[in-house]
Design a protein around this ligand. Sequence first.
Ligand code: UD1
Length: 414
Amino acid sequence: MDYLEIEGGSPLCGEVRIQGSKNAVLPILCAALESPGVTVLENCPDISDVGAMLEILKGYGCRARREGSRLVLDAGSLHSGRAPEDYAGMMRSSIMLLGSLLARLGEAFLPYPGGCVIGKRPIDIHLQALRQLGAELKEEPEGLRAVCTHPRGARICLPFPSVGATENVVLLAARAEGVTVLQNAAREPEIVELCRFLNSMGARIEGAGTGTIRIRGVERLHETKYRIMPDRIVAGTYMLLAAAAGGKIVLKGAPLEQLMAVRQVLKQMGVRQESQGRELFLWCPGRSRGGLAVCTSPYPGFPTDLQSPLMAALCLAAGESVIEERIFESRFKIAEELARMGADIRIQGSRAEIRGVERLRGGRLKARELRGGAALCIAAAAAEGTSRIYQYHYIARGYENIIRDLKGLGVVVH
Ligand code: UD1
């Protein structure tokens, strides 16, 4: 069944353990190809994007098996095959294979990447930066053909701190001759995680998490065992659920230091928070406060991936709030569905004005992309009556088992 049903309206009560990070594990799976040995990854989220990436890796001869939350990869017999098109077309992060395949094999063919429908999402910054490292890239009708027999370190300055382009540069530069200095690099925690992983394979990367990353290329990378960090976006989703539905919940294993911008917003909304180690207690005794002005921006700003969940929560918060989306141009698709539930939202270009209403009504809703789908779960849990959210498969791309998690937090879900 490609839907889930939520009976909304009751305050939350319960706890949830935060799964491993989707945006960390996807580039790490690509990086694993750079070693001819065995890579063991612990705390791997069981999401459909990981399943699709593994199918793609198999297209290049990498062997993979899952043992519970552990993944074992063997890229010993990697070849410059071809990613199965249906999978590569499904996910944008397949573009990261360009850097890692070039680093390991010196050539690659990649069908054009897909991904969630949240804007134009071009790959010009990736291509420009890889060319500076010596890659020759040809855009063919069916995909990208790339050759880079001798990658050389370079001084690169990105025109925008793109997460994916930063990862691609790091992946190729890790095995280039000489030093690469990457300026205006993205500073997201997932970049830090990728660099830590590569360093655990023998790479020499410094400065991850700052705007300048310095990579001294090495001749070979070796096998490693690594534990994937928890998912800050999943944690943020459940934090915003608490603001919308009210009640008392505990998040276990949440990466609190990565969630400062979200915690600041929750504080403004009147949600009480207390942390103890990696546990976060959230308590929202009544209707949350609106009157916020939030802009999405690169890390450490408010993450674009939590913009739709925030919009869902602000629909019920007292007062008028404004969200400005500065990363992706088409990320307000969810507003139509929320309006059908009784929300008062006005969209003008990249700006959304949300006037908080006292109640939302449950209904038949359609997820159109991953984070928008999660936001509909938030709205449905806070709304009166029953909601059915169709196209659940979008949510399963990034949430291992949102039904289990919501039940754990006291939401009635079928
Ligand atoms: C990654 C995340 C995604 C998150 C996004 C921004 C993964 C798998 N996905 O996506 O969840 O929402 O970061 O935090 O980690 N751009 C260009 N040209 C390029 C590359 C990007 O114009 O060559 C633009 C994009 O269209 C977008 C902006 O830059 O408007 C940000 O994109 P980027 O940071 O690259 O995001 P992704 O790596 O695709």
